[in-house]
Write a protein that binds this ligand. Structure first.
Ligand code: SF4
Length: 230
């Protein structure tokens, strides 16, 4: 369907020169521990259910994670942490992610990133975010009719999602909702209400310091599951 066509079109996008150079450089030079593996090195489409009830929304793929595996939020420590939690709460069929042929499946859930190419230092510029927004907005538009809960990972991902939802004509509360772990906001869309949930990002910076613990992430994902009726 249209979602797959969109995936195919985004996967050849070269609109951001800095990100194109970075994603391809990393794919050629490779991290030592992955030296024997192929790298995707291109934009990362959304991944998971085609008619999701839950979306997991982040900012951008990681250079040696999604940029290597071709699946967003997999192949690095943040992804490991996230998938362990998804598995514990029953939203993934296995707790680990190795590579694109590992049989991993998400249950009623789709993962998407606001910016499709891995940025240096995990930070896209505002201009890069805006350049990628049409891809993000279109994908959101296609999956919104079935979506009941959106879990945003990190403040940048949360902000990008609210911007996209506003651009799609949904009613985002004013003043704009504040980011905080386990914060939740009801958003009115033409297809009905959905809930946006915020979570601290499962980056090593947060998980090593205990700012984000396993029960904290499980709690937000369990809440999403309940809201989605899964
Ligand atoms: Fe294209 Fe988005 Fe990648 Fe920029 S970040 S090159 S707009 S897919």
């Amino acid at each position: 369907g249209e979602l797959h066509e969109l995936d195919a079109r985004v996967s050849v996008c070269r609109a951001c020169p800095r990100l194109v150079e970075w994603r391809e450089d990393v794919a050629v030079s490779k991290r030592k521990s992955f030296a024997d593996q192929p790298y995707w090195g291109r934009p990362i489409p959304g991944w998971g259910a085609d008619e999701p009830r839950i979306l997991i929304a982040g900012l951008a793929p990681a250079a040696n994670g999604g940029n290597r595996t071709g699946r967003v939020f997999t192949g690095d420590r943040s992804g490991d942490w996230l998938f362990a939690s998804l598995y514990r709460v029953g939203l993934a069929n296995q707790p680990t992610s190795e590579h694109a042929g590992d049989g991993l499946r998400l249950i009623g859930t789709r993962m998407i990133a606001a910016v499709r190419c891995a940025p240096p230092a995990n930070k896209p510029t505002p201009a890069e975010r805006d350049t990628c927004a049409p891809w993000y907005n279109r994908e959101l538009e296609l999956v919104l009719p079935t979506t009941k809960a959106i879990v945003c990972l990190g403040k940048f991902g949360f902000d990008a999602l609210l911007t996209a939802l506003a651009a799609l004509g949904t009613t985002v509360p004013k003043p704009r909702p504040k980011f905080g772990h386990a914060a939740e906001y009801l958003i009115k869309t033409p297809h009905g209400d959905l809930t946006v949930l915020a979570s601290f990002h499962p980056s090593q910076q947060n998980t090593f310091t205990g700012k984000l613990t396993e029960p904290m992430l499980d709690q937000v994902l369990t809440r999403a599951k309940t809201l989605a009726g899964l």
